[in-house]
Ligand binder design. Structure first.
Ligand code: TYD
Length: 132
């Protein structure tokens, strides 16, 4: 399975806490794009796609959600609910985002610019791609 949970170092003192992400230092790629998901709804799933090229790190800045990750052979579930954990997802991994808490805020750090051509949005096509 091409994913892992990364423990992000927390700089904390009496003023509060701070986390820093730097490309190719504490995450394993150069950063090309950052986007965020917010105003989520619990019964509304998102994702349901894979990427041929993109790698990404997802951080639950606030709230929680469940990631279902699938490499075409195995399905695993990861629960994201802490701003000090980064979920790394590599290439060719099907992902579904489910069970968002109300107002969940996800920040996503991506290794490529947005390119719809490198998305696989159909699960059967994904299985063909990973089994080719
Ligand atoms: P979508 O891929 O459906 O989101 P999710 O994976 O969370 O289900 O993206 C929603 C819309 O936003 C879609 O029209 C594509 C657009 N979009 C961009 O224009 N740039 C981006 O960086 C991303 C991630 C999405």
């Amino acid at each position: 399975m091409n994913y892992k949970l990364i423990d992000l170092h927390v700089y904390g003192d009496e003023r509060g806490k701070l986390i820093s992400i730097e490309g190719n230092k504490n995450i394993p790629f150069d950063i090309k794009r950052v986007y965020w998901i917010f105003d989520t709804i619990p019964e509304q799933d998102r994702g349901c796609h894979a990427h041929k090229e993109l790698e990404q790190i997802i951080v639950a800045m606030d709230g929680a959600c469940q990631f279902v990750l699938d490499d075409g052979k195995t399905r695993e579930t990861v629960y994201l609910n802490r701003p000090d954990k980064g979920l790394y997802i590599g290439k060719n991994m099907w992902r579904e985002m489910k069970h968002f808490s109300y107002g969940c805020k996800l920040m996503i750090i991506a290794s490529t610019y947005y390119n719809e051509d490198e998305y696989i949005r159909n699960y059967e096509d994904f299985l063909k791609e990973v089994n080719a």
